[in-house]
Write a protein that binds this ligand. Sequence first.
Ligand SMILES: [Zn+2]
Length: 295
Amino acid sequence: MAKLLRAGGRSSTTHLFSIITSKSRTFSSCSTINHETDLKAPPPSPSVLDRKSLPLRHDHHPVQWVFLGCPGVGKGTYASRLSNLLGVPHIATGDLVREELSSSGPLASQLAEIVNQGKLVSDEIIINLLSKRLEAGEAKGESGFILDGFPRTIRQAEILDGVTDIDLVVNLKLREEALLAKCLGRRICSECGGNYNVACIDIKGENGSPGLYMAPLLPPPHCASKLITRSDDTEEVVKERLRIYCEMTQPLEEFYRSRGKLLEFDLPGGIPESWPKLLRALNLEDHDDKQSAAA
Ligand SMILES: [Zn+2]
């Protein structure tokens, strides 16, 4: 672990990653090393985030990161890959709830009641589960973590602050048109339950904004004729889901932005395009040789 977490890309922290909302132009301008990109990129705007100011402290201690992102953005996938790469646990609070429910733990019956009544699991219970998970991990010699699905509100973020230190909050973003297409392209095999995506997103670049390509995830032939669409994956429902997410998380983004901990990252495409750029944004380029381990 120590070797994995040694000081790395600090010397190359001149990259800038800009973060602009999905409606406006997206670009990433790189350091002087990449003249080609620099020439194409518009000049940095005041909203450009200088990564040097971010607390990317994985050269000193294991990462304690939070991942944020809209439904459909692939947050779990990237969080999981990074946790493999860095050797830290990927803790998804949804999994913690499911695990507790299927256990005979002290909260199981209380949780079952809440979930069966269709109520939201309280912040206190989630924090309780999370603290237990972190303590159990520490006892096993784990250190660091990547949180996925928590916090979702400022109140939760404040409670989390009292429990542990968060170094960095990675906010994954994808243009709304691509998110929508991805959500609408989801298919499930009615026989084996396999998850696929038939959307082939190929947005042409225009007026200086880059194009975006995301390959479909097609089913094998034996599933192809058995695909079904989830009934709540309609355009109307997906749009509403995204709207609610944005409304709920904007204050949270502001909370971490004002503390200098928010790294906004616009996904430039599917995993093949996005993964190397995400590593660069996180000062993890020197982990490139470990990519296969995370695949
Ligand atoms: Zn199948």
